[in-house]
Ligand binder design. Structure first.
Ligand code: NDP
Length: 258
């Protein structure tokens, strides 16, 4: 059983964080390490992961950088093997890498539709496929495991021009509910975190002028969430007593109406 002191509630835990080179994933990796977890950080940008690992280590934590593209199932499988060999296997997976590319559907940006589907759905599934055996094993052997998927408020709310992104996130939320009933009886807690707007690099990838203007207007009038707000939410979910599972956590900027 994991030691759960109030100072280091995640001591003894091994966390994997995808999308850890910026934004929500980066903040969450740092926060989970500060709560005592050993953290494996995954993304494509090697330099950003190296900086993150050195920051975590400077603060007394343990971290392992794994450069991988999560849309590449083979690379994700190799990453899972590395986590098993180097850290003994994951018992906390924050499945978070994602991209948001809104545009009016009539513009037929099939390239952007595909990028979102490839990363937000196929990439997410590659990670689930590679790490679920470790989570199930950890739940059986160590008595604890968490699978926390990053969805979005777009899974619940309606935003014009965000249809494909919202569709991918509705997949994440519904998948999470189903996995919970499948894996919960094996001791794996499954959660979907559904944030409203968080100020990160996510908005920088938007190319559609209408969506970019809407986001800019929102930024000027609403105090957006910060990555650390989500990091602390993930830390809270994983630090709860083992009998407690938060299946769906909807978290909004106070002034964002929907
Ligand atoms: P960022 O753009 O800051 O982070 C995205 C992360 O995903 C980066 O670390 C990026 O790293 C990684 N990534 C992108 N493509 C790949 C890939 N092919 N393989 C591996 N890693 C990849 O955005 P956020 O932190 O905001 O986004 C994190 C999650 O939160 C996403 O799922 C997003 O949909 C969700 N979300 C964000 C909200 C927001 O308003 N910011 C609101 C609701 C949900 P690299 O480029 O180095 O690979």
């Amino acid at each position: 059983m994991t030691s759960q002191t109030s100072l280091a509630p995640l001591a003894g835990r091994v966390a994997v964080v995808t999308g850890a080179s910026s934004g929500i994933g980066e903040a969450t990796a740092e926060h989970l390490a500060s709560l005592g977890a050993e953290v494996a950080v995954l993304a494509r940008r090697k330099d950003r992961l190296a900086e993150l690992v050195s920051r975590i280590e400077k603060n007394g934590g343990t971290a392992l950088a794994i450069t991988a593209d999560v849309t590449d199932a083979e690379a994700v499988g190799a990453a899972a093997e590395r986590v098993k060999n180097d850290l003994g296997g994951a018992d906390l997976l924050f499945n978070n890498a994602g991209v948001m590319l809104p545009a009016p559907v009539e513009e037929l940006r099939a390239d952007q539709w595909q990028r979102q589907i490839d990363l937000n759905i196929t990439g997410l599934m590659n990670v689930i496929g590679a790490f679920t055996p470790q989570l199930v094993e950890a739940a059986a052997e160590r008595g604890v495991a968490d699978l926390i998927n990053t969805s979005s408020s777009a899974a619940q709310n309606l935003y014009p021009t965000f249809a494909v992104y919202a569709g991918t996130k509705a997949f994440v939320s519904h998948l999470s509910k189903h996995l919970r009933v499948e894996l919960g009886p094996k001791g794996v807690r499954v959660s979907a975190v559904e944030p409203g707007i968080v100020g990160t690099e996510l908005q920088d990838h938007v190319t559609d002028p209408g969506a970019a203007a809407w986001l800019q207007g929102s930024k000027e009038t609403i105090d957006w969430l910060q990555s650390d707000d989500i990091a602390r939410t993930v830390g809270f979910i994983a630090s709860m007593p083992l009998r407690v599972n938060l299946p769906q956590v909807f978290i909004m900027p106070t002034a964002q109406p929907s």
